[in-house]
Design a protein around this ligand. Structure first.
Ligand SMILES: C[S@@+](CC[C@H](N)C(=O)[O-])C[C@H]1O[C@@H](n2cnc3c(N)ncnc32)[C@H](O)[C@@H]1O
Length: 199
């Protein structure tokens, strides 16, 4: 599989911190709770650096499409109880996980891929399992709109992103039968952390 993130993987986290400070890390950690009792499925976690402080409490599976990112994650999360997998998440067992973390990964996918993934996830979660989504939503201010265009262009060039816009996550989740249970808005709602549950 082609590694679209091989070039930017070593700089990704530093770049994100340079532009957004600790805001993205904050969004990725704001709904973290009760990890000792949870089995987590992390999809597209990148270099894993933003989870380093909670690594010892992390158990479950870590899926990364980029080999370079996965190598960094293995190093950054070496103290975790996660198993690391190269590639796109595949359905292996159902009713398996307590939580799925989708942090800044859905914005790299086409709508059809998102719909397929979030419907597959339902059968991989326990009855009371939940999805912890964090991503960029609609840009609000003039600065955010400009910054978003720069980011979309940058990732199209350096990481072969296909999208030219931000997905309508809420529409896709609602269509797939998910229910939003809570939300935390950062940067005036440009970045949102949400918890989605299913019946
Ligand atoms: C924009 S980066 C974000 C990385 C990390 N979540 C973060 O916030 O720093 C998206 C990551 O998702 C990975 N990715 C994209 N689609 C994926 C898929 N279907 N399965 C696993 N990883 C995927 C990419 O390789 C990349 O490392």
């Amino acid at each position: 599989m082609k590694d679209d993130y091989s070039f930017i993987a070593p700089y990704y986290n530093r770049l994100a911190k340079l532009v957004f400070g600790k805001k993205l890390k904050e969004a990725k950690n704001c709904f973290v709770s009760g990890l000792e009792d949870k089995k987590i499925l992390l999809i597209g976690g990148g270099d894993g650096l933003d989870y380093q402080e909670i690594a010892k409490k992390l158990h479950g599976q870590y899926w990364e499409k980029s080999q370079r990112m996965l190598e960094l994650a293995k190093r950054n999360l070496s103290e975790s109880g996660l198993s690391f997998h190269l590639g796109e998440f595949k359905v292996e067992n159902s009713g398996h996980f307590d939580e799925v973390w989708l942090h800044f990964v859905l914005d790299t996918m086409e709508d059809s891929e998102i719909s397929q993934l979030i419907s597959v996830l339902r059968s991989n979660l326990k009855a009371n399992g939940r999805v912890y989504l964090v991503d960029f939503f609609e840009a609000k201010s003039f600065w955010q709109k400009g910054m978003l265009q720069v980011m979309l262009g940058f990732f199209r060039i350096f990481a072969a992103h296909k999208r030219k816009n931000i997905p309508d996550y809420e529409k896709l989740f609602l269509q797939a039968g998910w229910i939003k249970s809570t939300e935390n808005d950062l940067m005036d709602g440009w970045v949102c952390a949400q918890i989605w549950t299913h019946h």
